[in-house]
Design a protein around this ligand. Structure first.
Ligand SMILES: Nc1ncnc2c1ncn2[C@@H]1O[C@H](COP(=O)(O)OP(=O)(O)O)[C@@H](O)[C@H]1O
Ligand SMILES: NC(=O)c1ccc[n+]([C@@H]2O[C@H](COP(=O)(O)O)[C@@H](O)[C@H]2O)c1
Length: 170
């Protein structure tokens, strides 16, 4: 069975997880991998001279483990077919794999697997508002959004604009 791989990247609190879960409900044969599940333990994440943990960089993530899980998911669906029912609108012989996360398009090995890439954005004020209502582990210290999260997002977005691959922005 073919696996069609969709990337839902984008800014923190941009609605990636919400969209991914909605799509998973709509599509008959769809699985999901979330980058948030691959953060390194706190002790292994670098700290800068202001005391800010450097979570918003690729080095804070176990990308090799994520990549390995993606490849296993693809292999798992190879050679499996599902019977089609008359009510199904989508082709059930395609397995959709949604990969969602805030730093999807900077990791080279992952870059080669996507069939379609999306990138969700929200304006600074709305992003900051949504982030202030969310509690991470560890929680954001005072000044973290403006001192680390947003500057890293802008940096990564600028780098992404230079990439050759087609990404749909919304
Ligand atoms: N389309 C939307 N419009 C308004 N708020 C949204 C929308 N999608 C998600 N949210 C809200 O934004 C916050 C972050 O959503 P989430 O899907 O967890 O974002 P992400 O996975 O990108 O960090 C949640 O409070 C969620 O309810
Ligand atoms: N899951 C964790 O272990 C953890 C810890 C601290 C911060 N974060 C934050 O998670 C964000 C990315 O996830 P979202 O795109 O779901 O917001 C990053 O901005 C990062 O600062 C995650």
């Amino acid at each position: 069975m073919k696996t069609f791989i969709v990337g839902i990247g984008g800014v923190t609190n941009g609605g990636k997880t919400t969209l991914a879960h909605s799509l998973q409900k709509l599509l008959p044969n769809c699985s999901l991998i979330c980058q948030d599940n691959y953060f390194k333990p706190e002790a292994e994440v670098a700290t800068d001279d202001r005391g800010f943990k450097q979570y918003d960089v690729l080095e804070a993530l176990e990308m090799e483990a994520m990549m390995s899980d993606i490849l296993s998911r693809i292999t798992q669906h190879k050679g499996t077919e599902q019977p089609q029912t008359s009510q199904e609108k989508c082709d059930p012989s395609v397995h959709f794999l949604i990969i969602e996360g805030f730093l999807l398009y900077h990791y080279k090995p992952l870059d080669e697997v996507f069939d379609q890439r999306y990138f969700l954005t929200v304006p600074y004020e709305e992003c900051k508002r949504r982030r202030s209502t969310r509690v991470y582990d560890p929680p954001d210290p005072p000044g973290y959004f403006d001192g680390h999260v947003w500057p890293m997002y802008i940096k990564h977005k600028e780098e992404m604009n230079k990439l050759q691959n087609k990404i749909e922005f919304s």
